[in-house]
Design a protein around this ligand. Structure first.
Ligand code: ZN
Length: 450
């Protein structure tokens, strides 16, 4: 019976995902779990059979095909790291080269860009599932994707543009190169009522537009690619009169891994397409629900280049399931990502400084759209430099920024109590200059060890 249900749901979602839109409420939670478990085992056996590179690694770990019979074996399988993926992406491919006709690259914010190869079916399935999620937002009919379009290897915009088409909606890839007035004209001209973009670009657009944005009729703004604060959510929702929706998904996952619903209370996981684990980044041990750690995923629907236990480097936790979300989706939720593990800084006298603490402190300052924080060493002290994008920096910018920084407990203690941290340059730079020519800003730079 389960096999029949599994096949029918797969066939259903592939033939016309719009049929799924109003059926989620009727899918029991246990079925999603059974479906994910079956797809995980199928993926592991598929990878073992078709990727000689991964098979040899798994064999060294003492695993044979006969061991790959249940999801519990996953914890014995070695992780896939970003370095390994960047080094040799073709080693992870499971089909002949001529079937891989799409490529999606990571932004390469901190290290080398990773290339993900996809078959036509992979690309179609992933964009269809992102499109299905888009249709769950009532009233959305016309969408603008505002992502960098000048870079031929950064494909976020192209994926979203295809997903909009898969959702059966009118869509535009308007990029980030248009002026604010051109973007506003586009919204007015075509009745765009949903925007998909990055938080730093929407913040900049909000500042540069210099007009009443509430009258434009934007209902939802979906943000991804960077972490952002609840303060920014409040500020942008007031400015646009729209709901801000957080989404999560790195390029290695082709972006559509999790999304908030209209309830804005945790991100629903695409459980039938990704198996999610939260691990202790130091030991690799799987952590229980509710405990924060590194997010690791295994793709469940990809045939060209499936990834098994891929370490994202992002910090989050799985939310303990209590009851079904009021939106009706039967899938689990994860918490909003707190930032990247390699962006967690140890400052001053051994205090942890988390990226979301800096977001909360700085992105709540009116007119400030993005920032770049750099740490250097001067003798026994850490020196913190900060550049912010702001359209009209106040005369007392240094005071405003230092007060914001001191509101973060670890910075306050290190600066005022133990006095092992000092402030260096606190400066304002033109809007858009920090990310110029890049998909997104490198917000944290630690030069103390180089
Ligand atoms: Zn929900």
């Amino acid at each position: 019976m389960l096999g029949w249900l599994y096949c029918s749901l797969e066939r259903w979602s592939r033939s016309d995902s719009s049929r799924l839109d109003n059926r989620f409420e009727f899918i029991p939670r246990w079925y999603i779990r059974r479906l994910s478990r079956a797809k995980l085992v199928r993926t592991l056996r598929y990878v073992y059979r078709n990727s000689p590179f991964q098979r040899s690694i798994w064999r060294k770990a003492g695993l044979g095909l006969c061991d790959l019979r249940s999801p519990e074996v996953l914890q014995r399988i070695p992780f896939t790291t970003s370095d390994s993926l960047a080094e040799s992406p073709q080693s992870y491919c499971c089909v002949p080269e001529d079937q891989l006709i799409h490529i999606v690259s990571s932004s390469g914010t901190k290290n080398r860009r990773k290339k993900i190869y996809l078959t036509a079916d992979d690309f179609d399935h992933q964009t269809r599932m992102i499109g299905t999620n888009l249709r769950r937002f009532p009233g959305v009919s016309c969408v603008a994707a505002m992502f960098l379009v000048h870079d031929p290897t950064w494909s976020n915009g192209a994926v979203v543009r295809h997903a909009i088409a898969q959702a059966g909606m009118l869509g535009f890839l308007s990029g980030e190169h248009l002026s604010a007035s051109q973007q506003i004209d586009l919204i007015k001209c075509y009745g765009i009522n949903c925007i998909v973009s990055t938080p730093s670009y929407i913040s900049r657009l909000t500042v540069e537009a210099r007009q009443d944005l509430r009258s434009l009729g934007i209902r939802y703004i979906q943000l991804g690619g960077q972490s952002w604060s609840e303060t920014l959510r409040t500020r942008l929702q007031q400015a646009w009169g729209a709901k801000l929706i957080d989404t999560y998904g790195c390029a290695e996952a082709i972006f559509g891994m999790a999304s908030e619903c209209v309830c804005q209370d945790g991100l629903h996981l695409a459980e039938s397409d990704f198996w999610i684990e939260i691990i202790d980044p130091a030991t690799g041990k799987v952590l229980p629900d509710g405990q924060e750690g590194e997010l690791v995923f295994t793709t469940l629907s990809r045939r060209g280049m499936p990834l098994v236990r891929y370490r994202t480097g992002d910090l989050s936790h799985l939310i303990r399931p209590v009851s079904r979300c009021p939106c009706g989706l039967p899938v689990r939720k994860m918490a909003r990502v707190r930032g990247r593990i390699d962006d967690v800084l140890i400052i001053g006298a051994g205090c942890n400084l988390y990226p979301d603490e800096i977001d909360n402190a700085l992105l709540s300052i009116s007119g400030l759209t993005d920032y770049q924080l750099t740490l250097e060493r001067d003798g026994f002290r850490d020196v913190l430099h900060l550049s912010v994008e702001s359209d009209s920096p106040p005369d007392d910018l240094r005071t405003v920024l230092s007060n914001a920084l001191l509101s973060v407990p670890s910075i306050g203690v290190s600066h005022d109590v133990t006095r092992v941290l000092t402030f260096g340059r606190l400066e304002s730079v033109p809007l858009g200059s920090l990310s110029a020519g890049r998909p997104k800003t490198v917000r944290i730079i630690d030069r103390r060890v180089s």
